[in-house]
Design a protein around this ligand. Structure first.
Ligand code: ADP
Length: 214
């Protein structure tokens, strides 16, 4: 089963993707993570995209489609793929459709996670993650433990994303509404869109997604 998690920054796509990976043996393909890895490795491409990401704009379709093509060609997803943060433009959506056809695969569900904008800003400016295992924390709802050890892996390497500040968040939200939200209509017209309320508790959102995926 291959699915897309669609929604604005901070909607909780990454959190739900991690749950699906654990529980359903799916593989998470997050272009945001791939781009951050490229930056961390110091590759030419990583250097090329650094400013764009820090500003909150989208990197080119060519780069992200290339990253996704590489991962799909590598194969190895027994339970299928979760596309997280991809596609983000209509051109990327078309490219994904073609790549899946080439592989003889289908897109089974597009799950839109909706959250109101004020909640997004509050979530993102309060978030941090464990740099070792990726567990997500939030200053208000799930603070880093007092002993500063990750509840999931015990590590103490907590990170805040450089683009999780109010300025780049505004740009990211604008990019979402201008370039990504048309995908809601695109997948609706194809009969593939289903929506969940992303504002609830993690467990409730998980249950809503499970009822769609079956
Ligand atoms: P968010 O929390 O905004 O959903 P991501 O981790 O998915 O963040 O992405 C971080 C940044 O990486 C984006 O703001 C954008 O600059 C870049 N990026 C990630 N995925 C894509 C994509 N599919 N197309 C273009 N740019 C992307």
């Amino acid at each position: 089963m291959n699915i897309i998690l669609l929604g604005p920054p901070g909607a909780g796509k990454g959190t739900q993707a991690r749950i699906l990976v654990e529980e359903r043996d799916m593989v998470q393909l997050s272009t945001g993570d791939m781009l951050r890895d490229a930056q961390a490795s110091g590759s030419e491409m990583g250097k090329l995209v650094a400013d764009v990401i820090a500003r909150g704009d989208l990197v080119t379709d060519e780069i992200v489609i290339g990253l996704i093509r590489e991962k799909l060609n590598a194969g190895g997803a027994a339970g299928g793929y979760i596309f997280d943060g991809f596609p983000r433009t209509l051109a990327q959506a078309d490219a994904l459709g073609e790549l899946l056809i080439e592989m003889g695969q289908s897109l089974d569900h597009v799950v839109e996670m909706s959250v109101d904008d004020q909640a997004l800003v509050a979530r993102i400016t309060a978030r941090s993650t464990c740099g070792d295992c990726g567990e997500v924390y939030n200053d208000n709802t799930k603070p880093i433990p007092a002993d500063e050890k990750c509840t999931n892996c015990g590590g103490s390497n907590f990170k805040r994303r450089a683009d999780d500040n109010e300025d780049s968040l505004k740009t990211r939200l604008l990019a979402y509404y201008k370039q990504t939200s048309p995908l809601i209509g695109y997948y609706y017209a194809k009969g593939q869109l289903q929506s969940v309320d992303g504002l609830g508790e993690i467990e409730d959102v998980k249950a809503s997604i499970a009822s769609i995926l079956g």
